[in-house]
Design a protein around this ligand. Sequence first.
Ligand code: SF4
Length: 371
Amino acid sequence: MDNAILKRLREWFKKNAAELPWRLADLDAPRDAYAVWISETMLQQTQVSTVRDYFVRWMKRFPDIKALAAATEEEVFKYWQGLGYYSRARNILKTAKIICQTEMYGSRRQRLQDDLVARMPQTRKELEALPGIGAYTAGAILSLAYHQREAILDGNLVRIFSRLYALDFLPTDKIKRDGKSASEIYWNYAREIADSPKAYMHNEALMELGRTVCKIKNPDCEKCPLQGACKAFAEKCTANFPPAKKHIQKDWHGTVLVIESADHKILAVHGGQKFFKNQFTLPHFESPRHATAGLPAQAEAYIDADLVTSVQHVGNFKHNITVHKMDCDVLHICLKTKAPQHSAPELRWVKRSEASDFFANSFCLKSLALL
Ligand code: SF4
């Protein structure tokens, strides 16, 4: 993209940048890497308008990496509740702990724990090695906080590049053009824009442009600083780009087990499940539709069949996870004994009254709502 267009993009951004709690008034000032990381992670799959308040509350409670690393998973989930995709919150906490414990990331353990200074790594390789930080987030931290010439590529930029260069494929498509994969082609355009001392502003301006002007439906081309370089605009076919995603849906019929002890605690399991592998969830397994008579054999992995007082099919719900269109039966299994004081680390007994706070995904919440 030529320099005149990039200059126009920067000027447009300076005039139109929305005031956001993670953005500084001086758009040329380097931002705090921790704040960039948190805001960009929250913004993945969540609208700016929703993230604003969450970000402000989060930064009040966890103002830096050290404060975050000292928090419990339960508290972090509390501040994340409602944003969905809880693996993001879990990974943020894991990463904060790693950064605080790793000397090479600039953490300096002094004699007093209070003197610990923890910083985000400053290279793509180190950042991408941390849980939950992918190519996009690493690029955002490096460019916005450290002013490095690093590229980003998110849904907004994909849409803009697809229209600017009339690309009739998505980065995830398994195609080759001139020996390059679809992903390489998109990333090359992103790198070209970031190959400038103003990479931080080009990246952020494109995100803003995608959100407010080059929108999914009805792009506002008359207000666009890139109009002179846009192939889709020149050919009057912006609606054809980017091409629609091909969705392959898979049906999944399953059973969810809500196992409740005599003292009203619900069994949560970690790992070994089809969905939510990295968080506590209700036990579940694939089963034929409405195959719900009696105690299923799978329940005996967690409880002794002799302790069961009743098994009741309490209902059915529909749910979608990624490509899975789910149809789930819920079995409520009551035990005659109290929950054990000590269980294996992958099992946890949660008070029924606290279960809706503990389970951080709507799959479990929908199951519990049927009790
Ligand atoms: S001219 Fe229109 S389609 Fe092209 S980048 Fe700008 S807003 Fe998007």
